[in-house]
Design a protein around this ligand. Structure first.
Ligand SMILES: Cc1ncc(COP(=O)(O)O)c(C=O)c1O
Length: 392
């Protein structure tokens, strides 16, 4: 009996595959420095943990409504109003099992088989795979050299089958932050062509230059065409608790809730109580971002000091996306084992230097590496030193 065509076509996430190898190496006692997984290295805030423990003691461990308990949706509503200038009603909001799941539910509610969804390269790999899982067709559009939006490129790829454009600012993997002007141009384009925007705002609080603008806040017309996605994994170091959410027009949020009711019933009840507490303030996130700002400076300077590596300095998130095309070039004088792809270089760095990175090919661009700087300054410096040695 063969596996289904749809499931057979979905690969394992490259990030998780590399992380599994790192964990295996660490279990053998090897000192691996991981710039791999996009996971903040700080602990979940104490008040969030206490709220969850308290909810368990109060026996709040049963099913909830599929969209989440009212207090959680109300906390999300208030957050979006206060921080994003987005005025939604409760029935335009749903919680999901992480932002990843919110993205899937949004795509599932928007596209019919064969419909096209535009994604911007470099792209977060799950966009591509989730579009496939919904029987849609991903149409890939290149960003500018500095990884910002190229509106002309997007316009040229719009067809009568285009149903949505997915954007992610601050961006994983590049750290690019889209300007208000670019978002306004994109909004105009979407309105003109009646195309939905799925705006993944996971890293909204991690900004070192520029500002975060929710595209849906620009005007009512674009708000009616946008599903805003966010979650608490990164802002409150809650990756394992799986709390994400979506806000948008009721005609799309309602089916998203129905799909969730058939798929997972509701998100973890205990995590919902933690999320309410997390959404009360973002002091914790602000503190974390100050730490990341210092790390960003260090990792950029260290990487820029390596021959053959060039960098567009990231303005947000906690990733750098150095260009290593010079290093991968071969001119006949290199040995046969000289790495020619970002994947080969990744495994060389892992095996020989014991440092983990993610190859650019996992994000649709060959010749780049993604490094997450969610690790201590000492480890960053030591890791890049190892990288420098090998790349010599
Ligand atoms: C761009 C982007 N969107 C969404 C997510 C999903 O986050 P989660 O499902 O943990 O909420 C991630 C996680 O790495 C991400 O990088």
């Amino acid at each position: 009996m063969k596996v289904s065509m749809l499931a057979g076509a979905i690969p394992q996430s490259e990030t998780f595959a590399i992380d599994a190898r790192v964990k295996e190496m660490v279990s053998r006692g090897l000192d691996v420095i991981s710039f791999g997984l996009g996971e903040p290295d700080l602990d979940t805030p104490e008040n969030v943990k206490n709220a969850m423990i308290d909810s368990i003691r109060k026996n709040r461990t049963k099913y909830t409504s599929s969209a989440g308990i009212l207090e959680l949706r109300e906390a999300i509503r208030k957050k979006l109003l206060k921080e994003n200038s987005l005025d939604y009603s409760i029935n335009e909001i749903t919680s999901c099992n992480g932002a990843k799941h919110a993205l899937f539910n949004a795509l599932f509610s928007i596209i019919n088989p064969g419909d096209e969804v535009i994604i911007i390269r470099p792209f977060w790999i799950s966009y591509l795979e989730q579009i496939k899982m919904c029987s849609g067709k991903a149409v890939i559009v290149d960003s500018n050299e500095d990884f910002t939006l190229n509106i002309g490129n997007i316009r040229s790829k719009i067809s009568d089958r285009t149903r949505a454009i997915m954007i992610n600012s601050p961006n994983n993997p590049t750290g690019a932050v889209y300007s208000k002007k670019q978002l306004k141009e994109l909004a105009d384009l979407a309105i003109e062509n009646d195309i939905m925007i799925i705006s993944d705002e996971m890293y909204e609080k991690m900004i070192y230059e520029g500002e975060h603008i929710s595209i849906a806040s620009l005007n009512d017309e674009i708000k009616n065409l946008t599903i805003t996605i966010n979650g608490l994994s990164k802002s409150h170091c809650m990756t394992g608790l799986r709390v994400g959410y979506a806000a948008g027009p009721k005609e799309f949020i309602e089916p998203m809730i129905r799909v969730q009711s058939q798929m997972t019933s509701n998100i973890n009840t205990t995590a919902q109580y933690g999320a309410i507490e997390a959404l009360k303030d973002d002091e914790y996130t602000k503190k974390m971002v100050r730490v990341f700002a210092d790390r960003r400076k260090i990792i950029c300077e260290e990487l820029e000091s390596i021959d053959g590596v060039s960098l567009v300095r990231p303005k947000g998130a906690f990733y750098v996306y150095p260009d290593v095309r010079e290093i991968l070039k071969t001119d006949g004088t290199h040995s046969a084992t000289h790495p020619k792809t970002s994947m080969e270089l990744t495994y060389r760095l892992l095996d020989d230097a014991k440092i983990a990175v993610i190859p650019g090919s996992a994000f649709g661009t060959e010749g780049f590496l993604r490094l997450s700087y969610a690790l201590s300054e000492d480890r960053i410096v030591e890791g890049i030193k190892r990288m420098k040695e090998i790349l010599k």
